[in-house]
Design a protein around this ligand. Structure first.
Ligand code: CO
Ligand code: ZN
Length: 335
């Protein structure tokens, strides 16, 4: 699992350009599903198990393949400097001196005008940043419209995993490992959907939910933690287990879904915590509004420093999320 996490987090896949991540996941799950399709937007949809017509429940699981990054908007003449817009929610204070990888392999360095002046202590506007792709010989090959992602390796420290794009490749890991444990055996009709374009507004999950037409849905995504020094007051701690979402700005989890998850966790003795997120949302927010409405919940992987190049998760939490999801999709669902 750790090597696959390394591979997935280090793979290049900004919103709308998930093809490399999808290829990797496709190779990983090809023997774990009864049917695998890719829809017109690029969502990877893997069906496992029985049929709703035979009494099973149709469950949609969603984990997003895309990651935040940058979009080149303008190439400064003869300089090798690029201007860029955000892809997803960038944290401006974390940008300077980070490296960016473009699809053609070019690695750029993010900096800002007046680095040793005002920018030392004040957060500049995105307009004042640039990416240096100069190669000493010309101006480089990166064109307007070229997307990039942060360039960072995954590291391990005890049970912690640290890297870029844990949001949401670690959710993809939870889905893949659950498929591995199911061995295609469940009476439920389960769709593991690896979605596109979550970071730019849940644009993949909504049409995928329309297509799958599930009875119930679970998103898998990271959530913030409240255990840092002087951190935000939040009842989620790294290492304390699977976070069962109750509420975020885009989703009120129906009490029946909450109870379904909590009862499962208690029955299977899986460490869990209650999650109330005050900023951000997940694919579940989009899925719940598909068709006539889909009761939706979310199993969250606690993660420090979300949307930075050092997103930090704990393997014990990942394990708890896999165990919880496996129990939920394997057993009969009574809501
Ligand atoms: Co995110
Ligand atoms: Zn996410």
């Amino acid at each position: 699992m750790i090597e696959l996490t390394r591979k997935l987090t280090e793979t290049w896949g900004p919103s709308g350009y998930e093809h490399r991540v999808r290829k990797l996941i496709q190779d990983e799950v090809k023997d774990l599903a009864d049917e695998i399709t890719v829809d017109p937007l690029g969502n990877l949809i893997c069906r496992v198990g029985g049929k709703r017509s035979d009494g099973g429940t149709k469950i949609m699981i969603a984990a997003h393949m895309d990651e935040i990054g940058v979009m080149t908007t303008f190439v400064e003449p003869k300089s090798g400097f690029l201007r860029f817009a955000n892809v997803g929610g960038l944290i401006h204070t974390t940008l300077i001196a980070n490296r960016v990888l473009f699809e053609d392999g070019t690695i750029g360095v993010i900096s800002v005008q007046d680095l040793w002046g005002g920018a030392r202590t004040n957060v500049p506007n995105l307009d004042d940043f640039y990416i240096d792709v100069s190669d000493g010989n010309g101006t480089g090959k990166v064109q307007p419209g070229s997307p990039g992602v942060f360039y960072q390796r995954m590291e391990q420290r005890g049970t912690r995993l640290i890297g870029k794009a844990m949001d949401d490749r670690i959710g993809c890991i939870v889905a893949i490992e659950t498929m591995r444990r199911l061995k295609k055996k469940t009476k439920n009709e389960v769709y593991f959907v690896f979605t596109v374009q979550e970071e730019v507004g849940l644009r993949g999950a909504r049409p995928a939910a329309y297509n799958v037409d599930p009875d119930v849905a679970i998103a898998l995504d990271v959530t913030g933690t409240g255990d840092e020094i002087h951190g935000r007051k939040m009842a989620v701690k790294l290492g304390d287990g699977a976070a069962i979402k109750l509420n975020d700005p885009g989703l009120v989890v129906p009490p029946a879904i909450r109870d379904w998850m909590i009862e499962r966790a208690e029955k299977d003795k899986i460490p869990y915590q209650r999650e109330l997120l005050v900023a951000g949302t997940t694919d579940a927010s989009g899925i719940q509004m598909a068709r006539a409405g889909v009761p939706s919940g979310c199993i969250s992987i606690p993660c420090r420093y979300v949307h930075t190049t050092s997103e930090t998760v704990d393997t014990r939490d990942v394990e708890a999320c896999i165990a919880l999801l496996t129990g939920l999709v394997k057993n009969p669902v009574k809501l």
